[in-house]
Design a protein around this ligand. Sequence first.
Ligand code: GAP
Length: 511
Amino acid sequence: MSDSNLFDKIISHAKEYGFVFPSSDIYGGLAAVYDYGQNGVELRNNLRQYWYLSMTRLNQNIVGLDSAIFMHPKVWKASGHVDGFNDPMIDNKDSKKRYRADVLIEDHQEKIRQKIDKEVEKAAKRFGETFDATMYRNTNPRVVEYQQKIDQMDGVLKEGLETGNLAMIKQLIEDEGIVCPISGSKNWTDVRQFNLMYSTQMSALDSGEDQLYLRPETAQGIFVNFLNVQKTGRMKLPFGIAQTGKAFRNEIVARQFIMRMKEFEQMEMQFFCKPGTELQWYEYWKEARLRWHKSLGTPDSMYRYHDHVKLAHYANAAVDIEFDFPFGFKEVEGIHSRTDFDLGKHEEFSGKKLRYFDPETNESYIPYVVETSIGLDRLFLLTMCQAFHEEEVDGDTRTVLKLHPAIAPVKCAILPLVKKDGLPELAEKIYNDLRFDFNVYIEDKDSIGKRYRRMDAIGTPFCVTIDHDSLVNGDVTIRHRDTMLQTRVKIEELSDILAKETGMNNLLKAL
Ligand code: GAP
């Protein structure tokens, strides 16, 4: 199966089993906006909780925050978002469609990359076992020429974006003969910068003076509360503030399902430290965050670091953690050493001192900051992609989500074998005993096989079947999702088994 087929299957599965729905579905959906269904909300809550607890419970010096989405408009002036949070856009005059100019170029580069792969594939067939793909890529004249073209385009794009020379970028699109995917024409407008922030008014008056923005990141809520938290919590450096919450960006190019959304959720932690120690803490968080990702059972090979070569003007180190999605390695989380840029700017714009008095040195200074920033929706997508499996079982295909039990939406399904003879009543009793501690599900419809399959499809790690022997012996069959093995256990053991196998505290202890 091609990776794009696999990704299509994951998207259909997410809708069919109540994980993710298009927003306003009955009205035809809303581009790049999604709703989470009955199973999606449980999985997402579990992922968020795992992140939040691993930050706040496992680190004595990290505390939580929940700042408002609306903030004083000066916040976004100070942070640089009003003037600099832009994407370069270009319109096709025939189709009237708007595109991100850099994405048009990147898509064009991808097509050239595919040509390279085809050349290499053909050569591999021709030369057989002795074929050295790396040498071929480095020496075959046609492949080298393709690669040079890609590199040259990278250079022009980078220079155009960095120097703000948007005419250069338009020229590149024209020189490369890039056409609109809809109209097929090369009839382009100039490239213009387009701010990604959504704005609204505080009052009903549309005067523009009370213009507010929907926050494009949660981080600024942490910076402006730095002193509030530091003073009321009597926090000593180094310390961190963690928060999860919605962020909004007017992403013109909606792509890859919930990968790039207009309304999404971030989980961000700003770690305030003494100037000069930030790179040490940067290394610490870089390593700690990758360890956190892997703790959910994903193989090491699915992750990689991508160091930023060109740093933002306020950063002195930055790295992305990338995951190998069906459409290739893409960013899931960023770790950034942001120096004293944000607090310094807020000090300048607010006129309020945002300093830390260091009792050890008797000096006041603006702390440096290392940020970890992960998108909850991207983490959700990664988790679905990683968990989705199709397996042949007895000549049939079973679709199973092999989610870590601690994040699975439903921990255990209680299934009476038949709908009579007192089995539903015993199932109800077991359900009522367990539901205070675990998200359990009870169902007596359809054959037991069909019910198992439905539970596999939403990643339920355990199914408990109640049969006639259960009434006599007080025991039940417990079926394990991944192995499909079944064992007999006493009803009173169920709670301990579920706590041991599905508790989030086990994940936290192992970190
Ligand atoms: N405070 C830093 C910051 O916002 P970012 O790289 O722009 O950095 C951090 O965003 C993370 O937020 C990304 O790694 C990604 O997981 C997530 N993210 C950003 N834009 C997103 C979007 N449009 N849709 C979904 N997730 C997004």
